[in-house]
Design a protein around this ligand. Structure first.
Ligand code: GAL
Length: 380
């Protein structure tokens, strides 16, 4: 309610200012001009990092779609540095953003900024990663993150030939050695991915089909700070040294994100995996990053989970627009995402598992990547 009042007040103030400007500036050739463009609203878009192509695509998609709707956009990337992101959001607020769309690096680190946003009547949309421990988040757009984890668990089983909900005709019985990787513990999504995957894998660990030879089965042990590829590579190297130098092999690796998958694959290849005698382990992923899509096509990475960032951007834009028109955006989930203070109304999108046979239909025909990009393993 206060947000709506705030917006109304802001619009009134803006109208007054514009009227004043129009009066004074009429003869000075300033920006006035009498057209409708004076009312252009501006939206701050804060993205975590450019080291992952996924966030570059997200930022571009949000910017393009907002601009197409006539909004001014201030898009900033924070280089995975928390103080930088805080500063960028602060600046968006002081520069008069009318709404904020934020994909947080650390989901708990922006409380001060968001209080300032609330005080200024600026609606805040949490983008893909839930912002936690504050009441000053108005809406959440994401994918069904628990289902992402379930899909990753199933994809690991499918890759190993074990029957599961997505591939009921598997006949392999194991036992197979696997290792588990998780994302960054300051990202709420990491828990949903891991819990979803373990809901599928734990019963198979319990019945002996799967063996986590390192014994590292908690999310804390499996975590990868800031989702860093190098960190995952190093941990995989350590696991190979500590648990697999007795002639046994690691048959599968649960990886929650393509960047980590590539680090894991590099470690495996450096240890001699990827030959006829020692085939590469089954490695899962997420985001359909182009370098990983190429690896999947080449039979190196087993699978990824495709989340269409264009659709996510679209939902963020729809939500921002609703707030700016004084409405509440439509949620399709009002139960799952408790941020520690309140349940945030959410719009969750579905996800698609991609093995090599699915690349053409899911990624090329949908124009997410061109056939040439898949061939080259990089975007144009
Ligand atoms: C998560 C996101 C994943 C992946 C990961 C690393 O928050 O949901 O899709 O991109 O960050 O960037």
């Amino acid at each position: 309610m206060s947000r709506k009042l705030g917006l109304t007040a802001a619009s009134a103030a803006l109208a007054l200012t514009l009227a004043a400007c129009g009066g004074e500036g009429a003869g000075s050739g300033g920006g006035g001009g009498g057209g409708g463009s004076e009312e252009e609203l501006s939206i701050g878009v804060s993205m975590p990092t450019q080291t992952s192509e996924r966030w570059i695509a997200d930022g571009e998609a949000v910017q393009e779609q907002l601009e197409a709707e006539g909004y001014e956009v201030d898009l900033q990337y924070a280089g995975d540095d928390i103080p930088t992101q805080s500063q960028q959001v602060d600046q968006m607020i002081t520069q008069g953003a009318d709404a904020l769309i934020i994909a947080a690096i650390d989901g708990t680190a922006l409380s001060g900024q968001l209080q300032a946003a609330a005080d200024a009547g600026i609606p805040v949309i949490s983008y893909d990663r839930l912002i936690r421990d504050t009441e000053n988040v108005d809406f959440y757009v994401s994918f069904d993150n628990f289902k992402v984890g379930v899909a990753q668990g199933n994809a690991l089983l499918t890759g190993l030939g074990i029957a599961n909900d997505d591939a009921p005709d598997g006949t392999a019985t194991g036992p197979f050695n696997i290792e588990l990787f998780a994302g960054s513990l300051d990202d709420n999504n990491a828990f949903f991915f891991f819990d979803g995957a373990m809901s599928v894998l734990q019963p198979k660990i319990d019945d002996g089909t799967l063996v986590v030879k390192s014994g590292q089965t908690t999310i804390e042990q499996a975590a990868t700070l800031r989702w860093q590829q190098e960190t995952a590579q190093k941990r995989m190297e350590d696991l190979l040294t500590s648990s697999y130098n007795d002639g046994t092999r690691v048959d599968g690796v649960l990886s929650p994100y393509d960047g980590l998958s590539r680090g894991i694959i590099t470690a495996l290849q450096n240890a001699g995996y990827g030959s006829a005698a020692q085939p590469i382990s089954v490695v899962t992923g997420q985001d359909a990053e182009i370098a990983s899509v190429k690896l999947i096509k080449d039979g190196v990475q087993s699978s990824t989970i495709f989340k269409d960032t264009r659709l996510l951007a679209e939902q963020a834009v729809i939500a921002a627009q609703a707030f700016l028109e004084g409405e509440e955006p439509e949620a399709n989930d009002t139960e799952t995402y408790d941020n520690g203070v309140k349940v945030i109304p959410s719009y969750l999108l579905p996800v698609v598992t991609v093995f090599s046979d699915d690349i053409e239909k899911e990624l090329v025909e949908t124009e997410y990547w061109t056939a040439e990009e898949v061939e080259a393993g990089q975007s144009d």
